[in-house]
Design a binder for this molecule. Structure first.
Ligand code: CA
Ligand code: ZN
Length: 310
């Protein structure tokens, strides 16, 4: 979508600019005026340390996990604003990695040791091959695992953890064509992204998506005074609130409340109708349940309520 137009204005933030926690004290990689269209060169969540079948997890440097590229200081972004992030394109590397290991993920107790599979990506498919020879071609559905802004004050949230600032939300809907609205908490927002997945199932039950380096093109803009408590995502057809909490139950409760509040703000529907329509048409969906906080989304189809948008 519009890739011709985007290519003309090419500011690229390379993987030489990475950070490992979202924090107001991070040194900015670049400073831009909004709106700004930027390319981000990202490493995979292993810091590109598991790129070949012989690379083993026991030898990786765990200080280099979950690098995010950035941060970008957006001139004029202030606490209370929403940072509007339009995802224009994602170009995947030609190979990636998936892993599982003992004591990690939902089935971690049933796995001994650690295992990785490296697979190529071509013709829009991941060419996965199991140890028994089964070949599975999986259509890619590229998504951004880590995307966010610095949290308030001196808070320092590692890039493996999701929250109000965004971060490691591991949400399959965060892909090309989606617009994410992040609550700005510090001057300049300090935006960054990384941890691309060529494909992932909701839940990310084995603790890994198909982890892959990528180039991501986004447009950043500011919506003055429009911050919501948690990130909100909009596509052509859907509005979604993405909430991370210690438990899935708590995340479901807050995501549902926030969607109700947004619908109430945007329409003159009364509460019983909002609840009934949300009950009939809205979907609570799991994003991931393997990170330090669990992430869910409440997704509502926009077409049934005129004027429903971010
Ligand atoms: Ca992740
Ligand atoms: Zn990942």
């Amino acid at each position: 979508m519009g890739s011709e137009r985007m290519v003309k204005y090419k500011m690229k933030i390379t993987k030489d600019n990475v950070f490992y926690s979202f924090c107001s004290r991070n040194e900015q990689a670049v400073r831009v005026d909004a709106p700004a269209t930027l390319d981000f060169e990202t490493m995979d969540c292993f810091g590109n340390q598991l790129r070949n079948p012989e690379d083993i997890m026991e030898e990786i440097n765990w200080d280099r996990i979950n690098p995010a590229t950035g941060p970008v200081y957006v001139n004029g972004a202030e606490p209370g604003d929403a940072l509007k992030v339009t995802i224009n394109s994602i170009e995947l590397n030609e190979k990636g990695t998936v892993c599982c290991l003992n004591e990690e993920g939902i089935l971690g107790a049933r796995i001994e040791g650690s295992h990785t599979r490296v697979a190529s990506v071509s013709d829009g498919k991941v060419h996965y091959e199991a140890a028994n020879g089964l070949k599975v071609d999986i259509p890619v559905k590229p998504m951004i695992g880590v995307i966010g802004v610095a949290p308030e004050g001196e808070l320092n949230i590692n890039t493996g953890t999701p929250g109000k600032h965004g971060g490691n939300m591991d949400t399959t809907m965060i892909g090309v064509g989606a617009t994410l609205y992040l609550p700005v908490a510090v001057e300049g927002a300090l935006f960054g992204l990384g941890d691309l997945h060529a494909v992932m199932g909701d839940g990310e039950i084995g603790v890994s998506g198909f982890e892959i380096p990528a180039d991501v093109n986004v447009t950043l803009d500011i919506c003055k005074g429009r911050a919501q408590e948690y990130p909100v995502l909009e596509t052509e057809d859907y509005l979604a609130v993405i909430v991370s909490k210690e438990t899935v139950d708590e995340a479901c409760q807050r995501a549902t409340e926030l969607m109700q509040e947004i619908i109430a703000e945007r329409t003159d529907l009364d509460m019983p109708d909002i609840v009934m329509l949300m009950s009939l048409l809205g979907n609570l969906q799991i994003c991931q349940i393997v990170d330090p906080e669990k992430t869910v989304r409440f997704v509502f189809p926009k077409k049934y309520i005129p004027g429903l948008m971010f």
